[in-house]
Ligand binder design. Sequence first.
Ligand SMILES: Cc1cc2nc3c(=O)[nH]c(=O)nc-3n(C[C@H](O)[C@H](O)[C@H](O)COP(=O)(O)OP(=O)(O)OC[C@H]3O[C@@H](n4cnc5c(N)ncnc54)[C@H](O)[C@@H]3O)c2cc1C
Length: 447
Amino acid sequence: MPPIPGIEKVNTFSIRNVVDIDRLNKFIKGGDTKNISVIGGGFIGVEAAENLKEAGYNVTLIEAMPQIMKPFDYGMVQILHKELYDQGVNLIVNDKVKQFAKNKIILGSGKEVDADVVVMAIGVKPETDLAKQAGLDLGKTGAMKVNQNYQTNDADIYAVGDVIEVYSYLYNEYFQLPLAGPAQKQARGVADHINGMAIDNRGYIGSSVIKVFDYNAASTGLNEGMIEALGLNISYDTVKIIPNDKVGLMPFGAVAHFKLVYEVPTGRILGAQAIGKGNIDKRIDVIATVIKFGGTIYDLKDLELCYAPPFGTAKDIVNFAGSVATNLMNSDFKQVHGADIRPLVESGACIVDVREKDEFEESHIKGAINLPLSEIRQRTDELPKDKPLYLHCRSGQRSYNAVLALQKMGFKDVYNVSGGFMGLCFFEYFNDKTLNRTPVVTDYNFD
Ligand SMILES: Cc1cc2nc3c(=O)[nH]c(=O)nc-3n(C[C@H](O)[C@H](O)[C@H](O)COP(=O)(O)OP(=O)(O)OC[C@H]3O[C@@H](n4cnc5c(N)ncnc54)[C@H](O)[C@@H]3O)c2cc1C
C-alpha cells in the first residue's frame, strides 16, 4: 500500500492470493458497492478490472503512465485500451492518484473518481526484509542477488522466484521477472544443485499472456518501449502485420495483430507481441522458443508448423512475419507505422489508399487518394512524382504489392503503412474517444 495521503478514507484491497480475492469478494457482495476503482494497469490490475466489470460493477482503471501493460508497445496496447473502453471500463491513463477523500480518488489532473472500493495493483516488490536481516546481498534492482546456481552470498542459502533478479538472455543485465514459470524452473534447478547436479541456467526472456474480455494478448522478449527505457544499444527494426489466424472461410477465424522486433543486421529475434481473439499464445510460444535457440528472421520464415484450416493458415503468422522481416532486411521496401500517419495527414502528405472503391467509400483516411491495386499500373500518371507516397490497404499486404509495382515503375520514395487502415483505426480510436480528438479517418474499420 503506497503512502498516498488520505488512503485510510477508502476501502483498499490488494490482490496477492486467493485469500485476498475472497476478502474482496465478500466485501463487495456484503455491502452496497457500485463503483470500484483499480489502480495500476499491469497484469493484475487489468485482470481485476475485467473480472469486476464482468461481475457487474462500475469499474475505473487508473494508470499513471500513458499506457497499460508494459510488455506491449504503445501502438499494440491501443487494442487493449479500445477493448477496455468498448466493454465499459472507465480507463484513465496518464493520470496519477494524488490523494483520497471519503470514498473518492483525486487524480493529478484534478479529476475525481467515486470509489466504494479501491483495488491497489501497482506492482510487486520483492519481499527482501528477511534476506537483509540475514546479511544476504541484494542486486542493483533491489531484488536478491544469486549466482548461476541460485545461491546467495551464503552458499547454503538459495533464493528463487519473485524475490530474486535474473540474468537476461537478450542483454547483459539483471532484471526482475515475477512470473510463475521461471520460479518453478528455478526451484527445480535448486533441487538439482542440492543433489549435486549441474544447473543449466540460460538466462531469461520473459513470456506472458493475458485475457482482456474478448481479446488474448501475449508477448515475449524485448519490445521497443523496453529497449528505449533500458537504454539498450541495440540496432533493430520491427514488423507489424495483421493476418488472419485461421483460413478465411473457417468460422471463428479472427485477425491477429502481430509485432516482431529483431536485430539489424543479424536478424536475431528479440521479441514479439500478439493480440487477437484467437490462439495468439501459440504464436508467441513459437517465437519464445526461437529466441531461446538464438534464432533469426530466416529461421522464422523456414519453420515448418502444423496446419489445417481450423487451426491456422498454411503460411502461419510467424512464417509471414519472418518473410516480411526478410523483405525489409533485403531493403525491398520502406515502411512507416500507424503512429506516423496522424502527423503525415496533418502535414498534407500524399497518402494513397490501394483498397477497392467500395472499401474506400465505407471509410478512409482523410485526404487520401483512392487508387486500387487492381488499377494502379494503368493510373500511375495520377500520382505525384515529386513527393513521397504513403501507400496503405486494409492490413498492409496489398499495399506492399503496390509499393513494389510503383518502385519497378520508377517511383523512388514510396512507403508501405504497416498494419494498414485497420491497424491505424485501432491505433487512433481510444485517444480519439477519450481526448475528444478529431479523427484522421472518416470512420473506423476494425475488421
Ligand atoms: C493475482 C496474481 C496473479 C498472477 N498470475 C500469474 C499468471 O497468470 N502467470 C504467471 O506466470 N504468474 C502469475 N503471477 C505471478 C506468480 O504468482 C509469481 O511469480 C509466483 O507465485 C512467484 O513464486 P514465489 O515462490 O517466488 O513467490 P510466492 O508464490 O509469492 O510465494 C512466496 C511465499 O512465501 C511466503 N513468505 C514470505 N515471507 C515469508 C517468511 N518470512 N516466512 C515464511 N513464509 C514467507 C509467502 O506468504 C508466500 O506464500 C500472478 C501473481 C498474482 C499476485
